[in-house]
Design a protein around this ligand. Structure first.
Ligand code: ARG
Ligand code: ZN
Length: 896
């Protein structure tokens, strides 16, 4: 069924308190609930959600109700026809965690029982109004065998723990903060914990990270990240930890990254466990970000929650923005002003390239939707890059428009108005507007329109008048579902566009490449290098005055708006920006534009040199420029992703994925060989046997070092010795997996023994074995036949029996999403592989199969034979009678 934003109606009852008793066992868990309800208005029946559960009994104020008389029940709902104004409704249900392979609701993971309720998992345990606007105060009793489940956790504060008869025990938990059912959680297991008590906000707070006993040595970094998050939210937003304790629990079997259940965050092990022996720098960075993200939800999501799931970005966009800022502050901490700015730019570049690769693509395909969707079939399909990452960009634009203090005022007012309630994105926008006495009506269109807007820019310099005139035009054509809305009118967006002008020659005291001081006609105070323009019309002209010489514009600095910029830069202009732009983000972006242009040219003209001598000169200077941090230089020398380029190409012509892969490869080879001696020098300088420590600076050095090693491997076969040596002697996973990956792609003979060694070393480390699968699935250098053989072997590998979601992502998703050369082989074998696995996984876990289903949504962009082969594979999946609602929605939209 299709759910529509416009259909929203409030729930006709309050559920003031919810008492739950869980009698836990993997084969049969019974749940008894007592719901203290009160009718709001009207005389409607009470409709409760419930799925895949057995109804045992229903009573009202302790009097049994009669089936088909007092209530009716079907596969998804329990309807109570004649309820009084208020009372206590009690329901007994049963479910089977051990057969719940969907990982939604109550499921078994290893020897433990855990829950995942967002978005609609609570209804798999008991009948309840399972929607985010029904807030209730929960008291939860957990009963289980003590030997089997020594740890029993739920949300909030622990009220009581004691033993009961027959080797059982129980705990009682109370969460004083009203919450929707999606924030409920319980954990029953054999878990060890790392614990610390901190003084915070005048109280002592117990912090716990629960993991399997053998993983305790890997939990300290998550604990440190939690402490840093608590500190940051208090300092930056004056938001305290509001419970006596805060718990994080890790599970290997999880559909997503982590979940912000009140006081009891449940995490994929991938985002908790971090130790230099088993986790890479990127893993460390992700653990810190995700721990922060879930903790920050405590206010943005939990204390103030969403009225309905269309408002998901209210909590996700805001919380992603907050975790991005947290990570940025963590990287900058303790650095000089200059180093801090550069560290922040590195983080911003990572976030933006992620957005441009994955979210822009989403926005250009059949799943395109505004950050606040207006319709969905399956809400789990809308935990998207758009809702999360574009949502975060929209929040960031408030900050850009209102300033840091103005944004903080808006946040303060938001909590003042809405604490303890379920609200909409409009409420957030109103708080920002009212706190700053500004009109953000037009800004609201960012919540309504899908698609990536294009901003086309023209600049003209008038030497006599000393003016530079920027003419801007915005364009955001209908995409995705919007194409079916015939009367749709997409009005102009309010775009905050940060710009700078660089002097293209010496004039007066201004040197070539300097930022010109910028004035807007009639406005004299903006004498900074970067001028924020507020671009609100379909077409608009800005006249910048007192410009002493012809400039080169630097547009959308810091990526102030999530748009595509079109400006007719000459090769020389781009080269100039690459040399001179003092906005670190835009300097990197100039490199991306150079690479993009050169790769696209080379696709048309494969025999010509990829880069001009001028471009190579400038790049060479940057590679040697020690004023630029290693992390930043590693980013400067990373080509735009295949997916990003594919999406740009498909805007203008049918995409040949093999031609793109080959051209991108030639660009990379050109950088590898032209700078071989520079890579050699960098590698020897950076490969300095310093003991591993995770800091942004150290991670940046390793990133540049491993890029250098990779480039050397491309340029020179003798590199095999260096690769083998790094693999053998390193003290950390970052360097070891980098060496392994290089060997797999470039030195197959060495790789065979390294892969065997790696598997043996880490056989008991599931997350590391995931890397072992992923490295092989991503191999783009062997023949199609060889990769097919590898995939076959890996699918039959003992470590791939009953794969969990992480393992599926490591092998199947990596191949389908990160190995375009082999996935898009022209005989369609990759597409058949995709179809088979979508169908297999869908039998067990629709949330995971549905993600995989999306790998083919851009089929219309491809040239033949790909287009037809992809369409055929999609149709084959569509024909299947038992498809989940999740996959059906994705395939349906793709085939349109
Ligand atoms: N709220 C969680 C987070 O962003 C993610 C939950 C995803 N749920 C889902 N059904 N896909 O941290
Ligand atoms: Zn979130």
């Amino acid at each position: 069924t299709n759910h529509l934003l416009s259909d929203y109606t409030p729930y006709p009852f309050h559920i003031h308190t919810t008492e739950l008793v869980f009698d836990l066992s993997p084969e049969r868990t019974t749940v008894t609930s007592w719901l203290d309800f009160e009718r709001k208005t009207g005389a409607q029946a009470m409709v409760l959600d419930g799925e895949h559960i057995e109804l045992i009994a229903v009573s009202l104020d302790e009097v049994a109700l009669i089936a088909d008389v007092d209530y009716t029940v079907n596969a998804t709902q329990l309807t109570l026809h004649t309820l009084p104004e208020s009372g206590v409704l009690s329901i007994i249900t049963a479910c089977t965690p051990s057969t719940n392979t969907s990982l939604s609701g109550l499921f078994t993971t290893g020897a433990h029982l855990m829950t995942q309720c967002e978005a609609e998992g609570f209804r798999r345990m008991t009948y309840f109004p399972d929607r985010p606007d029904v807030l209730s105060t929960y008291t939860v009793t957990l009963l289980a065998d003590k030997a089997q489940f020594p740890v029993l956790l739920s949300n909030g504060n622990l009220v009581e723990a004691r033993e009961v008869d027959n080797g059982g025990h129980m705990t009682i938990w109370n969460d004083p903060f009203p919450k929707p059912s999606y924030l409920f959680a319980l954990v029953a297991g054999q878990l060890a914990s790392l614990e610390e008590t901190i003084e915070h906000d005048g109280q002592s707070k117990l912090l716990q990270v629960y993991v399997e006993a053998h993983d305790v040595p890997k939990a300290q970094f998550a604990m440190d990240s939690l402490k840093a998050s608590i500190h940051w939210d208090k300092k930056r937003y004056n938001l305290p930890l509001d419970l006596e304790r805060f718990m994080i629990v890790a599970t290997s079997d999880f559909n997503m990254g982590a979940m912000e259940n009140k006081g009891l965050n449940i995490f994929n092990t991938k985002f908790v466990l971090a130790h230099p022996d088993t986790a890479t720098d990127v893993d460390f960075e992700n653990v810190e970000a995700v721990v922060g993200h879930e903790y920050f939800h405590n206010w943005t999501g939990n204390r103030v929650t969403c009225r309905d799931w269309f408002q998901l970005s209210l909590k996700e966009g805001l919380t992603v923005y907050r975790d991005q800022e947290f990570s940025s502050d963590q990287l900058a901490e303790g650095l000089s002003e200059k180093a801090a700015a550069s560290a922040r730019a590195v983080k911003r570049i990572d976030d933006v390239s992620n957005l441009r690769t994955a979210q822009f693509a989403e926005d250009a395909g059949p799943m395109a939707h505004p950050i606040r969707p207006v319709a969905y079939e399956e809400i789990n399909n809308f935990y998207t890059m758009t809702v999360y990452e574009k949502g975060a960009e929209v929040v960031r634009m408030y900050e850009t428009l209102l300033g840091r203090d103005g944004f903080r005022k808006g946040m303060d007012l938001y909590f003042e108005r809405h604490d303890g309630t379920a609200v909409t994105c409009d409420d957030f926008r109103a708080a920002m507007a009212d706190a700053n006495a500004v009109d953000l009506t037009q800004f609201g269109r960012w919540y309504e329109q899908a698609g990536t807007p294009t901003v086309s820019v023209n600049g003209t310099y008038d030497a006599a008048a000393r003016t530079y005139t920027l003419s801007l035009t915005q364009n955001n054509p209908a995409v995705g579902i919007e194409l079916q809305q015939a009367s749709l009118l997409k009005l102009p967006l309010h775009i905050p566009l940060n710009i700078g002008l660089l002097a293209s020659s010496n004039c007066g005291s201004i040197q070539v490449g300097d930022d010109l001081p910028l004035y807007l006609a009639g406005q004299t105070d903006a004498a900074t290098g970067t001028l924020p323009l507020s671009f609100t019309e379909a077409s608009q002209t800005f006249v910048l005055t007192d410009i002493p010489c012809a400039p080169v514009p630097s547009l959308n600095r810091q990526f102030s708006a999530p748009v595509l910029i079109h400006f007719n830069y000459s090769d020389d202009d781009l080269n100039f920006l690459l040399q001179h732009d003092n906005d670190a983000f835009n300097r990197w972006d100039a490199a991306q534009q150079v690479y993009t242009r050169c790769i696209l040219n080379n696709m048309r003209n494969p025999d010509a040199a990829v880069f001009s001598p001028t471009q190579l000169n400038t790049l060479g200077e940057l590679l040697h420029n020690d004023d630029l941090s290693p992390a930043y230089r590693a980013q400067l020398f990373t080509l735009p992703s295949h997916a990003f380029l594919a999406q740009l190409i498909s805007r203008v012509q049918a995409l040949d994925p093999q031609a793109l892969h080959a051209a991108r490869q030639r660009a990379n080879d050109a950088l590898a060989t032209h700078f071989e001696s520079a890579w050699q020098l960098l590698y020897s300088q950076l490969n300095n046997n310093q003991a591993y420590v995770y800091t942004g600076a150290a991670a940046g050095q390793r990133a540049l070092k491993n890029l250098a090693l990779h480039q050397l491997a491309t340029a020179n076969d003798d590199t095999a010795v260096l690769v083998q040596n790094q693999y053998n002697t390193t003290d950390n996973m970052t360097d070891r997996i980098a060496a392994l990956s290089i060997a797999v792609n470039h030195f197959p003979a060495a790789a065979t023994t390294m892969l065997a060694d790696f598997y043996q070393r880490y056989a008991n480390e599931a997350l590391v074995i995931d890397k072992w699968f992923a490295v092989q699935a991503a191999n783009s250098h062997v023949s199609h036949n060889a990769i097919a053989q590898t995939l076959n072997d890996l699918l039959k590998h003992p470590a791939f029996i009953k794969p969990n979601p992480n393992r599926l992502r490591a092998l199947i998703f990596t191949f389908c999403n990160a190995n375009p050369h082999h996935f898009h082989q022209t005989n369609g074998a990759g597409y058949d592989f995709w179809a088979k696995h979508v169908l297999d996984i869908d039998q067990k876990n629709p949330q995971v199969s549905s993600r995989l289903a999306r790998s083919m949504e851009h089929w219309r962009d491809y040239a033949e034979p790909h287009r037809s082969l992809m369409q055929a594979a999609l149709k084959k999946v569509a024909e299947n009678q038992t498809l989940s609602q999740d996959v059906r929605e994705i395939i349906g939209k793709a085939l349109g």
